[in-house]
Design a protein around this ligand. Sequence first.
Ligand SMILES: O=C(O)CCC(=O)C(=O)O
Ligand SMILES: [Fe+2]
Length: 296
Amino acid sequence: MTTTQPADLPRLGRDSGIDTIAETLRDHGVVVVEQLVDSDLCGRVLDEVEPHLGRVAPGSDEFTGTSTRRVGALLDRSPAARDLVAHPLVVGVADEVLGAHATSVQLHLTQVIAVGPGSAVQPLHRDQWCFDFFPFPPGWHVEVSSIWALTPFTADDGATRIVPGSHLLTDDEARTLGGSDAVPAEMAVGSVVLYLGSTVHGAGANRSDGTRIGCNVDYSAGWLRQEENQYLSTPPSVAADLPEPLQRLAGYSFGAYALGYWGDLQDPAEVLGSMEPRAVTSFDHTALPPESLGGA
Ligand SMILES: O=C(O)CCC(=O)C(=O)O
Ligand SMILES: [Fe+2]
């Protein structure tokens, strides 16, 4: 734990280019992009997710939060959330940062996180510890996380707490960080905080009367396993309705030269393209060119 005040989080306007945002993210491990989408879009995501939030139980431990509710499978459940998942600026930043060590970038998870009143602080962590704690060398970026503010994020209502610069630490050093090292990512509705898989963070405690709701969308190097199983969350019958770039982002694509091929070495996006939207029970894979391997 440090004794000095942690640095404020870097903040950029929505007109900042991909290069500037990516550079800030690589330098500080975190960046807030102010009011990147309008509040109408956030409201539509909230409306679409609300029935699911109403039926899920809170988390079962201090990590998932015993007053926190989580709803995933957003590409299927919330058409509006597709505009967040596929936001060109965020996807562009993820491509630029992760592209150094990956030929493709994929969707890692989608999750609305509703931190209810009385929620305790979430333990600080690195999202990339999900990869069985593999010790990626500092600077080897494999995950870019984002949390969109669907409701205002304040220090009192559970805004995500982030340790700027913590992406440069080893895992052992990262484990020594404490609450006083972390800065709340206070945000207006429609703002988004981006941070690296190596950046130490956690949801704040909610000492307010309201529920803090964020939309967490993470991206990872195409050669890693996705945290949220996208082939169940966005099965072919649903994915067939999506624009091809979003299908590919969801995981219906090569993760590298041959990772993720289907059948006789076909490109999964071409397989999906041969399906009838929403009516898919079977498809004619013989129509696909066998030489489609290599489209990564
Ligand atoms: O909801 C938040 O603010 C952060 C959640 C988080 O970091 C996680 O669940 O991995
Ligand atoms: Fe996290």
